[in-house]
Design a protein around this ligand. Sequence first.
Ligand code: ADP
Ligand code: MG
Length: 642
Amino acid sequence: MTTATSKETLGFQTEAKQLLQLMIHSLYSNKEIFLRELISNASDAADKLRFEALADGTLYENDPELKITITFDQEAKTLSISDNGIGMSKDDVISHLGTIAKSGTAEFLGRLSGDEKKDSQLIGQFGVGFYSAFIVADRVEVLTRRAGLEPSEGIHWESEGEAEFSVESIEKADRGTTVILHLREDSADFADNWRIRSVVKKYSDHIAIPVLMEKQATPDYDDEGKEKPVEENTTPEFEAVNDATALWTRSRSEVTDEEYIEFYKHVSHDFEDPLSWTHNKVEGKLEYNSLLYVPKKAPFDMWNREASRGLKLYVQRTFIMDDAEQFLPLYLRFIKGVIDSNDLSLNVSREILQQDPAVDSMKSAVTKRVLDTLSKIAKNDSEKYQLFWDQFGQVLKEGPAEDFSNKEKIAKLLRFASTHTNSDVQSNSLEDYVGRMKEGQDKIYYVAAENFTTGSNSPHLEVFRKKDIEVLVFYDRIDEWLMGHMMDFDGKQFQDVGKGELNLGDLEGEDDKKEKEKLETENKDLIERVKKVLGEKIDSVRVTNRLTDSPACLVVGEDDMGAQMRRIMEQAGQAMPESKPILELNPEHSLVKKLDQESDEDRFADLVDILFDQSTLAEGGQLDDPAAYVHRLNKLILDLSK
Ligand code: ADP
Ligand code: MG
């Protein structure tokens, strides 16, 4: 079998080694999934061959019937999965089976806790793949040859799943890949006809090419009812054990939930069940099938810009490409699935896709489909929707900026934390909020802060609490940016409670307004004195009607950037135009009354500085000179105790 080329032993990439060990230890309770993974790879290999053969028919090497064949040997305790797909060259084998090319792998492994139970959940999120063979095998051989290469360029790969693997050149007449598993003692039961058939049925029925197994000889009986001996030396007959039609081409009523779920795992390389899916056949000007899935968990690399995303594109059942990102907007990058077009040309490329107007129409139809699916979940099953939102809400928040035409639809899908539910769970829709608005309220109020606690305890909310007006609490970094693109919802404008003069419109009674005017005139002198002390630090000083418990607070001008947004930008190293806050005083507060009576100008100045710094702290800001603040406060405490 071997040629002159000698055997080489190579070490697994560190990450591959770690992953391998983790996999073997953590997936023990669900061993049988190895078969799903190997069949999935064989099917991918067939897809790739069919695609490459579009340009070069000789790759079929006179063997165009693509198939997967499973054989086993009970005595030797082996199980083999063969395909006549694209196969692998030596370089392919070394890089695909010796390293893990997924971006973010090192980061992923860094998150492992060492707690096997937790880690085994993570591994599912990562996707298990080829290495799952080692769950049931203590030795794995791969015999492969890439389509189009010479028979002498076959490769024999072998490993015991420890630190290293070997590669060796072999003669391989037929293209494609055979994976031979030498089963572990405790997994030897997989070398069994019925066991394999049931696992294939369960996980791989949807595979679009036949998965073949040897036909079971049905026992023949003689006249006396005794089993006739099976004839030796007959060539075995093979039969397909799966359905072998592309699942997305079947009609919805014919496909079971289990089949949809297993197909999802195949296309997404996800280990978990999907949260939901939508399967549609579109006929008319454009003809295509789409099968779109909403995953249950965000992938570990959702925030990685290079991460794979989008759908698998097929043209008339022929696989064309993974990650066909042209069919979905970026804010729906978590959607997985298949789109199969009848209109596109078989030799379509990414470049062509970018310019094809048919692709744009498909993109907008697919986008609507996804948004409708999400709306339906939101409407019918709020618990399920909450699961979705907690995983993907932050990505969906990119929507209104990216997709103006669907702004309204996306707005209804958004969820926020609120003083109404008083928890950091983002569970309130804008429709809920509007439904709870007080009579005379014409704005949707929000506060933005680093976290829920800071936001909901902000002094800016005091009057809202007093008047029982709901305020949304934003603490995701993207929220204020999102507001910049939303403007309004259902005709109601969004209003940052920390911005501009508080104008509660009709919510304010005549008495409130008169009272405020009165306070303004009464405190004219005080305001002037405070202004003098703070000088350049502030834009202005005024009395406020937004506070009940706090003596003072800071607000920004109506057209200025919100304080939280400014902090985020500054942290990111952005140079911000100078903007000064407005100090608002609560003249009803005894501290402010005391301040007004303070005749010692030094003490007055200290008190004002303290009030100013406290206002900064209360809304989650940082002091320019914390030591000076502490110093002043201590002086004050000592004065008090004199
Ligand atoms: P994934 O399928 O998610 O890419 P796997 O660990 O399952 O990850 O497989 C790793 C790679 O090994 C595949 O991407 C493919 O390039 C290669 N591979 C595995 N099995 C086969 C096969 N039967 N034929 C050709 N290539 C294969
Ligand atoms: Mg795979």
